[in-house]
Design a protein around this ligand. Structure first.
Ligand SMILES: Nc1ncnc2c1ncn2[C@@H]1O[C@H](COP(=O)(O)OP(=O)(O)OP(=O)(O)O)[C@@H](O)[C@H]1O
Ligand SMILES: O=c1ccn([C@@H]2O[C@H](COP(=O)(O)O)[C@@H](O)[C@H]2O)c(=O)[nH]1
Length: 262
Protein backbone atom coordinates (compact mmCIF):
# COMPACT_ATOMS: atom_id res chain seq x y z
CA UNK A 1 0.00 0.00 0.00
CA UNK A 2 1.50 3.36 -1.01
CA UNK A 3 2.49 5.64 1.87
CA UNK A 4 1.79 9.37 2.04
CA UNK A 5 5.43 9.95 1.13
CA UNK A 6 5.09 7.72 -1.95
CA UNK A 7 2.07 9.74 -3.01
CA UNK A 8 3.83 13.02 -2.34
CA UNK A 9 6.87 11.82 -4.30
CA UNK A 10 4.61 10.84 -7.19
CA UNK A 11 3.02 14.28 -7.22
CA UNK A 12 6.44 15.85 -6.98
CA UNK A 13 7.70 13.75 -9.85
CA UNK A 14 4.97 15.17 -12.03
CA UNK A 15 5.29 18.69 -10.71
CA UNK A 16 9.04 18.77 -11.03
CA UNK A 17 9.07 16.85 -14.33
CA UNK A 18 11.05 14.05 -12.84
CA UNK A 19 11.38 10.72 -14.53
CA UNK A 20 12.52 7.79 -12.47
CA UNK A 21 15.87 6.47 -13.59
CA UNK A 22 17.78 4.29 -11.22
CA UNK A 23 21.34 3.24 -11.91
CA UNK A 24 22.60 -0.30 -11.46
CA UNK A 25 23.16 -1.21 -7.84
CA UNK A 26 26.65 -0.54 -6.55
CA UNK A 27 28.16 -1.20 -3.16
CA UNK A 28 27.20 1.46 -0.64
CA UNK A 29 28.61 2.25 2.73
CA UNK A 30 27.15 -0.17 5.22
CA UNK A 31 26.21 2.55 7.69
CA UNK A 32 24.15 4.41 5.11
CA UNK A 33 22.24 1.26 4.26
CA UNK A 34 21.69 0.48 7.94
CA UNK A 35 20.46 4.00 8.70
CA UNK A 36 18.10 3.87 5.72
CA UNK A 37 16.58 0.58 6.82
CA UNK A 38 16.21 1.82 10.39
CA UNK A 39 14.45 5.03 9.36
CA UNK A 40 12.33 3.69 6.51
CA UNK A 41 11.78 0.11 7.55
CA UNK A 42 12.50 -0.97 3.97
CA UNK A 43 15.59 -2.06 2.08
CA UNK A 44 17.73 0.80 0.74
CA UNK A 45 17.17 1.37 -2.99
CA UNK A 46 19.93 1.74 -5.56
CA UNK A 47 21.00 5.36 -5.85
CA UNK A 48 20.05 7.19 -9.05
CA UNK A 49 23.71 8.08 -9.69
CA UNK A 50 26.81 6.03 -9.06
CA UNK A 51 29.44 7.46 -6.77
CA UNK A 52 32.13 6.08 -9.09
CA UNK A 53 30.94 8.53 -11.76
CA UNK A 54 29.37 11.35 -9.82
CA UNK A 55 31.33 13.09 -7.08
CA UNK A 56 29.14 14.80 -4.51
CA UNK A 57 30.59 17.09 -1.86
CA UNK A 58 28.20 18.46 0.73
CA UNK A 59 29.00 22.00 1.86
CA UNK A 60 27.73 22.80 5.34
CA UNK A 61 28.14 25.45 8.02
CA UNK A 62 26.06 28.00 9.86
CA UNK A 63 24.05 30.71 8.10
CA UNK A 64 26.46 33.20 6.55
CA UNK A 65 29.54 31.13 7.37
CA UNK A 66 30.79 31.58 3.80
CA UNK A 67 29.70 28.38 2.04
CA UNK A 68 28.52 30.00 -1.18
CA UNK A 69 31.63 32.17 -1.39
CA UNK A 70 33.93 29.14 -1.19
CA UNK A 71 31.79 27.17 -3.65
CA UNK A 72 32.14 29.91 -6.27
CA UNK A 73 35.93 29.65 -6.04
CA UNK A 74 35.88 25.85 -6.22
CA UNK A 75 33.78 26.05 -9.38
CA UNK A 76 36.51 28.11 -11.07
CA UNK A 77 39.34 25.75 -10.11
CA UNK A 78 37.70 22.35 -10.38
CA UNK A 79 34.74 22.78 -12.73
CA UNK A 80 32.14 21.74 -10.16
CA UNK A 81 28.46 22.25 -10.74
CA UNK A 82 27.42 24.31 -7.71
CA UNK A 83 23.92 23.52 -6.46
CA UNK A 84 22.75 25.68 -3.58
CA UNK A 85 19.73 24.06 -1.94
CA UNK A 86 18.57 27.49 -0.76
CA UNK A 87 18.82 28.93 -4.29
CA UNK A 88 16.93 25.97 -5.76
CA UNK A 89 14.19 26.45 -3.17
CA UNK A 90 13.99 30.19 -3.82
CA UNK A 91 13.72 29.51 -7.58
CA UNK A 92 10.95 26.97 -6.95
CA UNK A 93 9.24 29.45 -4.62
CA UNK A 94 9.20 32.02 -7.44
CA UNK A 95 8.28 29.60 -10.21
CA UNK A 96 4.89 30.46 -11.59
CA UNK A 97 2.39 27.76 -10.75
CA UNK A 98 4.52 26.08 -8.09
CA UNK A 99 2.35 24.39 -5.52
CA UNK A 100 5.15 24.69 -2.98
CA UNK A 101 5.75 28.45 -3.28
CA UNK A 102 3.93 29.46 -0.13
CA UNK A 103 5.30 26.58 1.91
CA UNK A 104 8.86 27.38 0.88
CA UNK A 105 8.47 31.11 1.56
CA UNK A 106 7.16 30.53 5.04
CA UNK A 107 9.82 27.90 5.89
CA UNK A 108 12.62 30.20 4.71
CA UNK A 109 11.33 33.21 6.64
CA UNK A 110 10.94 31.10 9.79
CA UNK A 111 14.31 29.42 9.34
CA UNK A 112 12.58 26.04 9.11
CA UNK A 113 13.56 23.12 6.89
CA UNK A 114 11.32 22.56 3.87
CA UNK A 115 10.03 18.93 3.74
CA UNK A 116 12.86 16.88 2.36
CA UNK A 117 10.92 15.41 -0.58
CA UNK A 118 10.75 18.85 -2.17
CA UNK A 119 14.43 19.69 -1.78
CA UNK A 120 15.64 16.22 -2.67
CA UNK A 121 13.76 16.23 -5.96
CA UNK A 122 14.90 19.73 -6.84
CA UNK A 123 18.51 18.71 -6.33
CA UNK A 124 18.11 15.40 -8.13
CA UNK A 125 16.55 17.21 -11.09
CA UNK A 126 19.40 19.71 -11.15
CA UNK A 127 22.02 16.93 -11.01
CA UNK A 128 20.33 15.11 -13.87
CA UNK A 129 20.11 18.32 -15.92
CA UNK A 130 23.80 19.09 -15.40
CA UNK A 131 24.84 15.55 -16.34
CA UNK A 132 22.75 15.82 -19.51
CA UNK A 133 24.08 19.25 -20.43
CA UNK A 134 26.31 18.82 -23.48
CA UNK A 135 27.88 22.22 -22.89
CA UNK A 136 29.43 21.01 -19.67
CA UNK A 137 32.91 19.88 -20.59
CA UNK A 138 36.31 19.66 -19.00
CA UNK A 139 37.90 17.72 -16.18
CA UNK A 140 35.48 15.40 -14.45
CA UNK A 141 32.69 15.72 -17.00
CA UNK A 142 33.46 13.13 -19.66
CA UNK A 143 31.88 9.72 -20.09
CA UNK A 144 28.77 10.37 -17.97
CA UNK A 145 30.81 11.71 -15.08
CA UNK A 146 30.18 14.86 -13.07
CA UNK A 147 31.21 16.69 -9.91
CA UNK A 148 28.83 18.57 -7.65
CA UNK A 149 28.96 20.88 -4.66
CA UNK A 150 25.68 20.58 -2.81
CA UNK A 151 25.64 23.77 -0.77
CA UNK A 152 23.53 24.09 2.37
CA UNK A 153 22.36 20.48 2.25
CA UNK A 154 21.75 18.09 3.96
CA UNK A 155 20.51 20.18 6.85
CA UNK A 156 18.55 17.43 8.55
CA UNK A 157 19.20 13.72 9.12
CA UNK A 158 16.31 12.55 6.96
CA UNK A 159 17.75 14.45 3.99
CA UNK A 160 21.22 13.02 4.56
CA UNK A 161 20.05 9.42 4.70
CA UNK A 162 17.68 9.75 1.76
CA UNK A 163 20.12 11.56 -0.54
CA UNK A 164 23.02 9.19 0.13
CA UNK A 165 20.84 6.14 -0.40
CA UNK A 166 18.47 7.27 -3.15
CA UNK A 167 20.32 9.89 -5.18
CA UNK A 168 24.08 9.53 -4.83
CA UNK A 169 26.45 8.52 -2.07
CA UNK A 170 28.38 11.62 -1.04
CA UNK A 171 32.16 11.61 -1.00
CA UNK A 172 32.83 14.13 1.75
CA UNK A 173 31.60 17.14 3.72
CA UNK A 174 33.21 20.57 3.73
CA UNK A 175 32.15 22.09 7.04
CA UNK A 176 32.73 25.81 7.61
CA UNK A 177 32.91 27.02 11.20
CA UNK A 178 33.01 30.48 12.68
CA UNK A 179 31.39 32.42 15.52
CA UNK A 180 27.75 33.49 15.58
CA UNK A 181 28.88 37.12 15.89
CA UNK A 182 30.79 36.85 12.61
CA UNK A 183 27.90 35.09 10.89
CA UNK A 184 25.46 37.80 12.05
CA UNK A 185 27.78 40.56 10.86
CA UNK A 186 28.18 38.91 7.44
CA UNK A 187 24.48 38.23 6.96
CA UNK A 188 23.40 41.73 7.98
CA UNK A 189 25.96 43.21 5.59
CA UNK A 190 24.78 40.89 2.79
CA UNK A 191 21.18 41.75 3.67
CA UNK A 192 21.73 45.36 2.57
CA UNK A 193 21.70 44.18 -1.05
CA UNK A 194 20.66 40.50 -1.18
CA UNK A 195 16.89 41.02 -1.15
CA UNK A 196 16.65 37.78 0.87
CA UNK A 197 13.66 37.65 3.19
CA UNK A 198 15.72 35.85 5.83
CA UNK A 199 18.73 38.19 5.96
CA UNK A 200 17.40 40.04 9.00
CA UNK A 201 17.93 39.65 12.75
CA UNK A 202 14.57 38.02 13.43
CA UNK A 203 15.09 35.27 10.84
CA UNK A 204 18.78 34.88 11.70
CA UNK A 205 17.94 33.97 15.30
CA UNK A 206 15.53 31.29 14.08
CA UNK A 207 18.04 29.97 11.55
CA UNK A 208 20.63 29.59 14.31
CA UNK A 209 18.21 27.53 16.41
CA UNK A 210 17.48 25.21 13.46
CA UNK A 211 21.19 24.98 12.70
CA UNK A 212 22.10 24.00 16.24
CA UNK A 213 19.24 21.59 16.83
CA UNK A 214 18.80 20.01 13.40
CA UNK A 215 21.92 20.50 11.28
CA UNK A 216 24.72 19.91 13.78
CA UNK A 217 23.54 16.28 14.27
CA UNK A 218 24.15 15.81 10.53
CA UNK A 219 27.76 16.92 11.04
CA UNK A 220 28.07 14.47 13.95
CA UNK A 221 26.74 11.71 11.70
CA UNK A 222 29.28 12.35 8.94
CA UNK A 223 32.03 12.77 11.51
CA UNK A 224 31.27 9.23 12.66
CA UNK A 225 31.61 8.19 9.00
CA UNK A 226 35.02 9.95 8.93
CA UNK A 227 34.08 12.22 6.04
CA UNK A 228 34.29 15.76 7.42
CA UNK A 229 36.83 18.49 6.67
CA UNK A 230 36.16 21.27 9.23
CA UNK A 231 37.54 24.58 8.08
CA UNK A 232 37.59 27.78 10.13
CA UNK A 233 35.94 30.36 7.91
CA UNK A 234 36.68 33.35 10.17
CA UNK A 235 39.77 34.55 8.24
CA UNK A 236 39.72 36.37 4.92
CA UNK A 237 38.23 34.55 1.92
CA UNK A 238 41.61 33.75 0.35
CA UNK A 239 42.94 32.13 3.51
CA UNK A 240 39.83 29.98 3.90
CA UNK A 241 40.01 29.04 0.24
CA UNK A 242 43.66 27.93 0.41
CA UNK A 243 42.62 25.28 2.97
CA UNK A 244 39.49 24.36 1.04
CA UNK A 245 41.41 23.89 -2.20
CA UNK A 246 43.98 21.68 -0.48
CA UNK A 247 41.28 19.34 0.79
CA UNK A 248 39.56 19.03 -2.58
CA UNK A 249 42.88 18.45 -4.37
CA UNK A 250 43.49 15.52 -2.05
CA UNK A 251 40.07 14.06 -2.78
CA UNK A 252 40.66 14.19 -6.53
CA UNK A 253 44.18 12.81 -6.08
CA UNK A 254 42.47 9.70 -4.70
CA UNK A 255 43.55 10.12 -1.08
CA UNK A 256 41.30 8.42 1.44
CA UNK A 257 38.85 10.88 2.94
CA UNK A 258 39.27 11.30 6.69
CA UNK A 259 38.08 13.79 9.26
CA UNK A 260 40.40 16.77 9.40
CA UNK A 261 40.25 20.14 11.16
CA UNK A 262 41.97 23.06 9.47
N1 LIG B 1 35.93 34.72 4.75
C1 LIG B 1 35.10 35.76 4.63
N2 LIG B 1 35.45 36.96 5.16
C2 LIG B 1 34.60 38.01 5.08
N3 LIG B 1 33.39 37.99 4.47
C3 LIG B 1 33.01 36.81 3.94
C4 LIG B 1 33.83 35.65 4.00
N4 LIG B 1 33.19 34.64 3.39
C5 LIG B 1 32.02 35.14 2.98
N5 LIG B 1 31.90 36.43 3.30
C6 LIG B 1 30.75 37.32 3.06
O1 LIG B 1 29.76 36.94 4.00
C7 LIG B 1 28.47 36.89 3.41
C8 LIG B 1 27.92 35.47 3.56
O2 LIG B 1 28.70 34.61 2.76
P1 LIG B 1 28.03 33.44 1.92
O3 LIG B 1 26.87 33.96 1.19
O4 LIG B 1 29.12 32.78 1.17
O5 LIG B 1 27.57 32.54 3.14
P2 LIG B 1 26.68 31.23 3.18
O6 LIG B 1 27.27 30.35 4.20
O7 LIG B 1 26.53 30.68 1.80
O8 LIG B 1 25.32 31.85 3.69
P3 LIG B 1 23.83 31.24 3.71
O9 LIG B 1 23.87 29.92 4.35
O10 LIG B 1 23.09 32.23 4.53
O11 LIG B 1 23.36 31.22 2.29
C9 LIG B 1 28.65 37.31 1.96
O12 LIG B 1 28.29 38.67 1.84
C10 LIG B 1 30.14 37.11 1.69
O13 LIG B 1 30.64 38.04 0.76
O1 LIG C 1 18.05 21.74 2.41
C1 LIG C 1 17.57 22.86 2.67
C2 LIG C 1 18.26 24.05 2.43
C3 LIG C 1 17.67 25.26 2.73
N1 LIG C 1 16.42 25.29 3.23
C4 LIG C 1 15.75 26.57 3.54
O2 LIG C 1 16.32 27.64 2.81
C5 LIG C 1 16.80 28.63 3.72
C6 LIG C 1 17.96 29.34 3.14
O3 LIG C 1 19.02 28.45 2.87
P1 LIG C 1 20.49 29.00 2.52
O4 LIG C 1 21.36 27.79 2.39
O5 LIG C 1 20.90 29.86 3.68
O6 LIG C 1 20.37 29.76 1.26
C7 LIG C 1 17.05 27.86 5.01
O7 LIG C 1 17.06 28.67 6.17
C8 LIG C 1 15.86 26.92 5.01
O8 LIG C 1 14.69 27.58 5.40
C9 LIG C 1 15.74 24.13 3.47
O9 LIG C 1 14.59 24.13 3.93
N2 LIG C 1 16.32 22.94 3.17
Amino acid sequence: MPTIIDKLSETLAETLHLTSHKAEAEPKEEQVVEEYVEVNGTAAPSPAFEQSKVTVIYVLGGPGAGKGTQCALLVEDFGFCHLSAGDLLRAEQNREGSEFGQLIRSCIKEGQIVPMEVTLKLIENAVRAALGDENRKGAGWDDGKGRFLIDGFPRKMDQAIAFDAEVCLSSMVLFYTTTEDIMIERILERGKTSGREDDNMESIKKRFVTYRETTLPVIDYYTKLNKVASIDSSPVVEEVYAKTKGVVEKLFAGETVQNVTL
